[in-house]
Design a protein around this ligand. Structure first.
Ligand code: URA
Ligand code: CA
Length: 454
């Protein structure tokens, strides 16, 4: 049958249309075919319209784990890679699939570095309702994120940690493909997401990787089964490419912590590094951080890793490392003692409960959109953002609320009209769901996929 042929091995030449047909018929593409496709796409020999059809065929027919690995490696090879091997010690990395108010990188980078494991983190800017780590860090006065690969390596050698944007030409195939998927309704394909994320991680050359796969109403994967599929595939790709990778599946049914917004989340990270942060954010940072220490061979199991991290928070070492990180990237490190030095919104408006009850739901996506409306996020890549804008949630799922009690505080810039603030207030009120009885305790860590894909 036509679709059983490996065109490059058997026929010696190939047309993209044959590969689209092969995928559409449900066959697996070979390594050589995927290399041809990705190379051709980046070099212009395979046009957007054929790649669009291929993305849609992959969306419907899926990919085997081996195929997804070959696709990922072809994407890695489309651009530069960073060699972090020159940094002594086991370099730990983490990646979250994106949540609302997800402040974990700000906490984890200094926390894990304080335990003696080097962290060279390449992060992104926010787009849509999930915030970007770079935007958060840039709310610290003076903080610079545009480090060259050489500067990144020097910083990590020097103080054990750096967080920067990517300046090298890493994975150009992903930039092109992601933009194409965005406009062809093919973003939410599990193999395409896995290849996109893992190609960028592999190109940045860490020693090991801990993935935080978000699941729930505020994540792009709403169902646990989908989250497991993505986690298993990403772990399969990582470990298949020689990068030790595990994944935690964690709940994104409500925003993480209390703060959502750039400077507000920096303040929340400082509190967490002092041991005074919200319990869910601390729990997640310890769970991810424990695994980062474990994969870096600092400890033999993640629970032992958590104990080390708790001690580093308790004795001030973790906060001191954050201070060093900020100072090393030209930021005003005094914010760690006085978060009042961070940008502050001119208007702070308290939102009050309209009835008595227990919080049983807090729609993360809706809070994320409200924060966007306040100017804290980007609608397009070029939008500018207000570092001070955001929302602080005073009540979370499980909390009891009395009518008239504060449930949230809106932080709005002077340019925000009273109509905007009023509409944000209504969005917050409708994001909260109340019942007469409390719901059971919300589980934060929902599952684990280890190096063996189990
Ligand atoms: N994040 C990515 O980097 N790529 C995707 O495809 C989805 C989320
Ligand atoms: Ca938060």
């Amino acid at each position: 049958m036509q679709n059983e042929v490996d065109y490059l091995k058997v026929v010696g030449r190939v047309r993209a249309s044959d590969l689209i047909l092969k995928k559409r018929s449900g066959s697996a593409l070979s390594e050589a075919e995927l290399n041809y496709l990705i190379d051709g796409y980046v070099q212009g020999a395979v046009p957007d319209y054929q790649m669009s059809a291929m993305a849609m065929a992959i969306y419907f027919m899926g990919m085997t784990e081996e195929e997804a690995l070959f696709l990922t490696l072809a994407m890695v090879n489309s651009g530069d890679t960073i060699s972090l091997e020159v940094i002594p010690g086991a370099r730990a990395d983490k990646h979250s699939t994106g949540g609302v108010g997800d402040t974990t990188t700000l906490v984890l980078a200094p926390l894990v570095a304080a335990a003696g494991v080097p962290v060279a983190k390449l992060s992104g800017r926010g787009l849509g309702h999930t915030g970007g780590t770079l935007d958060k860090l840039e709310s610290i006065p003076g903080f610079q994120t545009d480090l060259s690969a050489a500067e990144l390596i020097a910083a990590v050698k020097n103080i054990g940690v750096a967080v920067a944007g990517q300046t090298a030409n890493l994975v150009p195939a992903d930039k092109m493909l992601y933009a194409l998927r965005d406009v062809t309704a093919t973003v939410d394909s599990i193999p395409l997401i896995a290849a996109s994320i893992m190609s960028k991680k592999l190109a940045a050359g860490p020693g090991s990787l801990v993935l935080d796969v978000k699941c729930g109403s505020g994540a792009f994967l709403k169902e646990l089964e989908q989250a497991y599929s993505l986690a298993r595939l990403m772990c399969g790709i990582g470990n298949g490419a020689g990068l030790e990778t595990i994944a935690l599946i964690t709940s994104m049914d409500q925003p993480l912590g209390r703060a959502v917004g750039n400077a507000l989340e920096v303040e929340e990270a400082i509190l967490t590094l002092r041991g005074e942060g919200p319990p869910d954010l601390e729990e997640l940072c310890l769970a991810l951080g424990g695994w980062m220490l474990c994969l870096s061979k600092k400890v033999s199991d993640p629970e032992a890793g958590k104990d080390i991290l708790k001690a580093l928070i308790a004795d001030g070492t973790a906060l001191e490392k954050f201070r060093e990180l900020i100072a090393n990237q030209q930021g005003n490190a005094a914010v760690t003692e006085d978060p009042g030095l961070l940008p502050r919104a001119e208007k702070q408006v308290t939102v009050k409960a309209v009835k008595d009850g227990f919080v049983v739901g807090l729609k993360a996506e809706q809070i994320g959109n409200a924060v966007m409306a306040l100017g804290a996020g980007r609608e397009t890549r070029d939008s500018s953002i207000d570092p001070a804008a955001g929302i602080v949630l005073e009540k979370k799922i499980g909390d009891r609320v009395k009518k008239g009690e504060p449930i949230a505080v809106i932080h709005a810039g002077h340019a925000s009209s009273s109509e905007l603030v009023y509409s944000v207030e209504n969005q917050i009120i409708s994001a909260y769901e109340f019942e007469d009885r409390p719901c059971g305790k919300q589980q934060l860590v929902l599952g684990l996929v280890d190096q063996k894909g189990r």
